[in-house]
Ligand binder design. Structure first.
Ligand code: ATP
Ligand code: MG
Length: 253
């Protein structure tokens, strides 16, 4: 089966002032698969993820060179509408960060921002998104309650529902389960497996078992270099690079 490439970078470099954080990164991320980014702390995983939906635009002194394309379009082109790009490419963070408002309003927030006013339409979106994030049954009787009253694992699924509500194309997840207990983590891993039927997912994880459980493709970064990228089964069974092997066998990082 041929992979359709949805995101690709060519000779991508990123500098924070004088610090060269990503070096000549070339990667092709396939559609409707899960790609995991792994590597030791500080190797550039979050930096790479944030450059895909232009979150780094908010940081002063960032310079990016080379090409980053989403469905064939240069995302740093001046003609690109960043609001549109961030609707296409949603992000879920490490710490659940629901807004201090009701469960319903959290999920309806994005659609309202994009102009949806009809109550019945919003009701539909909220239900569908909460179902998509596998939390509808747990919250359907208390949609007007504060999202902050939920457990961490539930809050993270609310954040996933909030991301799904604007019907993104791609979901980026930066260590989205590292603050969660094992049961919530396994719920979110199951959810990722379901979501990839419909979405392209890029995750960052420090958990090698998680990478092997949920990802199809895996990218290993070290000090800003993309050392190895390939099928997860191949990368974990017969890594091509000695440094990949040392990392996945726990010799450093
Ligand atoms: N806003 C910033 N300004 C300057 N340097 C930064 C900034 N953000 C990150 N860096 C530096 O860029 C490098 C990559 O950081 P990044 O956060 O992408 O790493 P990471 O792989 O996500 O690490 P971790 O696993 O700890 O989350 C690090 O050396 C970091 O100190
Ligand atoms: Mg990080």
């Amino acid at each position: 089966m041929d992979d359709t490439i949805i995101l690709s970078t060519r000779d991508m470099n990123l500098y924070y002032g004088a610090h060269h954080a990503l070096k000549n990164v070339n990667i092709d991320i396939p559609e409707r698969q899960v790609t995991a980014l792994i590597g030791p702390s500080g190797c550039g995983k979050s930096t790479f993820l944030k450059s895909l939906d232009r979150m780094n635009d908010l940081i002063p002194n960032v310079k990016i060179t080379g090409s980053i394309q989403y469905r064939g379009q240069e995302i740093y082109d001046s003609s690109v509408d960043v609001t549109w790009l961030r609707k296409q490419i949603g992000m879920v963070f490490q710490k659940p960060n629901p807004f201090p408002m009701s469960i319903y309003d959290n999920v309806a927030y994005g659609p309202r921002t994009h102009g949806v006013r009809s109550k019945s339409k919003l009701d539909d979106i909220v239900e569908k998104s909460l179902q998509g994030a596998a939390i509808w049954d747990e919250v359907k009787d208390r949609l007007k309650k504060s999202a902050l009253s939920l457990s961490g694992g539930q809050q993270q699924r609310i954040c996933i529902a909030r991301a799904l509500a604007v019907e993104p194309d791609i979901l980026l997840m930066d260590e989205a389960t590292s603050a969660l207990d094992p049961i919530s983590t396994s719920k979110i891993e199951d959810l990722i497996a379901d979501l990839k039927q419909q979405y392209t997912i890029v995750i960052v994880t420090h958990n090698m078992q998680q990478a092997t459980r949920v990802s199809d493709k895996c990218a290993f970064f070290l000090l800003g270099d993309l050392i190895e990228f390939g099928d997860t089964t191949q990368l974990f069974s017969v890594p091509r690079d000695k440094r990949t092997e040392d990392y996945i066998t726990g010799r450093f990082g």
